[in-house]
Design a protein around this ligand. Structure first.
Ligand SMILES: Nc1ncnc2c1ncn2[C@@H]1O[C@H](COP(=O)(O)OP(=O)(O)O)[C@@H](O)[C@H]1O
Ligand SMILES: [Mg+2]
Length: 304
């Protein structure tokens, strides 16, 4: 009798490339900005003049307005809210979800013929012309697939944003709490907003951690699940973990790499160092080595 020793098929998709093949040369957002019809011009002026955008928006190029315009037209965004964060490479704002997302978000259509009210979403806008991309360098360098992109800033940012979107998806699929990705357009990422009427969800670094032992176990489990799915966050610390309604969420996954990245182990070690040290300061009996050993023991990232 024939005996075949095959491996079972798994449902899990292998980790994708760090850098997918896309055409970076021209986008719908670039075309909108170039053609500048009257409606786009009015949109751009309205956003530029809005109080909450005054300072930061001066650094956006026209195609960024093109991307925002496209997201509004596609029904992902409606009105813009205020800034949540101004970082080195990106700014994060709140916005009201457009019709499409509002409908998706409301389980029950409101009874008396009202339009569904838009919930908030978070909009992360990368500045193409941010002067400093050195922080991105270590994640880009050493990845042979990145050589295709070279040092074209727009291409780097577009690839980065798409990778962030894809990483959010992968993390969710792996059972890790992250903001749900909504849409991506050129240098703009729309995702679930974590926060309440009082404001954005607080970072772990900003709160009094009630049960550090439990919180540590949750973060350790998330790191393990990510690694098991073939992903290393690469910038994990108490600044990229937020607390929302007693739940921990991992954020800022743009730089996350697959286990194929030549520096992925180094990034994992650094994540372990940051996380273990934070929780050790909160009285948890752990160390970088403990955390790393735990993850390696409990995760088996796919090799293929
Ligand atoms: N989806 C979100 N919901 C609520 N706040 C967010 C969200 N994403 C980011 N933030 C806030 O914006 C800050 C910066 O976002 P992050 O993705 O960490 O970008 P950066 O690369 O600038 O660190 C975060 O520390 C967090 O406070
Ligand atoms: Mg961050």
């Amino acid at each position: 009798m024939d005996q075949e020793y095959g491996l079972l098929d798994t449902d899990e998709a292998p980790p994708g490339d760090e850098w997918e093949e896309i055409d970076y040369t021209d986008t719908e957002a670039d075309r909108i900005a170039r053609e500048r019809d009257r409606e786009f011009d009015e949109f751009r002026k309205r956003i530029k003049d809005a109080d909450q955008f005054k300072v930061e928006a001066s650094v956006f190029d026209d195609a960024t307005y093109g991307a925002l315009y496209k997201l509004v037209q596609d029904g992902h965004l409606d009105a813009f809210g205020g800034p949540i964060s101004t970082g080195k490479e990106a700014n994060v704002y709140t916005a009201l979800a457009g019709d499409r997302e509002a409908r998706r978000g409301s389980e029950q259509p409101s009874g008396d013929g009202e339009e569904p009210r838009g919930h908030e979403v978070a909009v992360k806008i990368y500045r193409i012309n941010a002067s400093d991309f050195t922080e991105m360098g270590e994640y880009l360098e050493g990845d042979p697939r990145f050589e295709r992109i070279g040092n074209d800033k727009k291409a780097i940012v577009m690839a980065w944003v798409r990778k962030e979107f894809a990483n959010l998806r992968r993390a969710l699929e792996a059972g890790v709490r992250v903001p749900e990705p909504v849409a991506v357009e050129r240098n703009v990422l729309v995702m679930e907003y974590l926060g309440t009427a009082e404001g954005r969800a607080k970072r772990l670094a900003e709160v009094h951690v009630e049960n550090p032992g439990t919180a540590y176990e949750v973060v350790r489990e998330y790191m393990t699940r990510l690694y098991d799915a073939g992903i290393v966050h690469g910038d994990l610390s108490e600044y990229n973990i937020v607390v929302q309604e007693s739940q921990l969420y991992i954020i800022d996954v743009g730089q996350a790499v697959t286990v194929h990245h030549p520096n992925s182990e180094e990034f994992l070690e650094r994540d372990c160092y940051n996380v273990a040290n934070f929780f050790a300061r909160q009285g948890v009996d752990t160390s970088e080595d403990d955390l790393l050993a735990y993850i390696h023991e409990h995760a088996a990232p796919l090799e293929e």
